[in-house]
Ligand binder design. Structure first.
Ligand SMILES: NC(=O)c1ccc[n+]([C@@H]2O[C@H](COP(=O)([O-])OP(=O)(O)OC[C@H]3O[C@@H](n4cnc5c(N)ncnc54)[C@H](O)[C@@H]3O)[C@@H](O)[C@H]2O)c1
Length: 307
């Protein structure tokens, strides 16, 4: 099928492009390289790369012709970036999404699969987190991702176009660089290879749901292939680990014995996080398959090759 991946030069997007090409799809990427890298697509000469902005209606409608599925990943990503640049965050995540939806509607696209975030929930009240958990985002990023979801789902109600929004928890894997807006796994991994000590905020007994990028790719593709499914779904591993255990795993798979120091807990950090993935499992057969240990081993090998 003919697909468009917005944000396809980024971390998750480039992993998705790899699998889509492997599956024999005709893939175009629209990306302005704000936080993506052209070299992420270097191994894929078959991809049609258009350097452009999702806020540019002429460019977006130009790449939408005959497209069956749009994977919409382009975004201003991360809480910190949104606090530093709230207008840019809203421009890309809200107006950019609307521009993509309008062009998709006009081109007769069958389905939009949009990348959302667990950041829409804000402070967590219950575990595991189901889709009906209250949505009270704490940052502009969480708010614009929620707005993006609502726009996608409104279009799916108004027009003959399906929309699935995937609320990722903590995604990790190859092509995730150190600059990935404060994600703990890349920070620890690159510090370990740089022989720097690791700082854990709090006692390290806080827990996170880390989901491998290959499972996130699987979720995108299964959602795209599903028929008659629209809605917002949690995408995590459905398991959680403490930060202390994460460090032990990173040491084991890399063989690097990093020093660890403990700092004060950071205000605003959630204590525990865990996705209930039952809805995605029953709606389109999402089934995470990469163990944290295997995923970290693969990731550490990638990090060791980047230096
Ligand atoms: N990595 C995670 O843990 C995580 C968690 C929750 C949600 N997400 C979401 O997943 C998606 C992909 O994130 P990622 O982690 O791969 O980050 P990323 O920064 O690597 O990817 C985002 C891509 O969008 C592109 N982009 C930004 N603004 C654009 C614009 N105006 N026009 C065209 N392209 C633009 C960037 O250049 C980049 O290639 C995002 O929508 C993000 O909000 C990621």
């Amino acid at each position: 099928m003919k697909v468009l991946v917005t944000g396809g030069a980024g971390f998750i997007g480039s992993n998705l492009v790899k699998q889509l090409l492997h599956d024999g799809n005709d893939v175009a990427v629209l990306d302005n390289l704000m936080s993506g890298y052209r070299e992420n697509l270097g191994p894929f000469p078959d991809v049609r790369f258009i350097e452009g902005d999702v806020r540019d209606a002429a460019v977006v409608s130009g790449v939408m012709k005959d497209v069956e599925v749009v994977f919409h990943l382009a975004a201003s990503v991360g809480n910190k970036r949104s606090i530093d640049h709230p207008l840019t965050d809203a421009g890309i995540n809200v107006i950019g999404t609307l521009t993509v939806l309008e062009a998709a509607r006009q081109a007769g696209v069958r389905k939009v699969v949009a990348s959302s975030s667990a950041g829409i929930f804000g402070e967590l009240k219950t575990l595991p987190i189901r889709e009906d958990h209250p949505v009270e985002p704490d940052t502009p990023y969480g708010s614009t991702k929620l707005c993006m979801e609502k726009l996608c789902l409104a279009y799916a109600k108004l027009y003959p176009m399906e929309a699935v929004c995937l609320r990722y928890f903590n995604v990790y894997g190859p092509n995730q660089r150190f600059d990935a807006y404060g994600n703990v796994i890349p920070i620890f991994a690159f510090k370990m290879y740089g022989h720097e000590q690791l700082t854990i905020f709090g006692d390290g007994e806080q827990t996170r749901d880390f989901v491998n990028v290959r499972d996130v790719v699987q979720a995108n593709i299964r959602a795209a292939l599903s028929r008659g499914v629209s809605g917002a779904f949690n995408i995590g591993s459905g398991t959680r680990v403490t930060i202390n255990h994460l460090v032990e795993l990173l040491k084991n798979v890399s063989g690097i014995d990093a020093a660890v120091v403990y700092g004060d807990p950071r205000p605003g950090d959630v204590l525990h996080s865990l996705a209930d993935i039952g809805a995605a499992r029953s709606a389109f057969g999402f089934e995470p398959s990469v163990s944290l240990e295997d995923g970290l081993r693969e990731y550490m090998e990638w990090v060791s090759g980047t230096g």
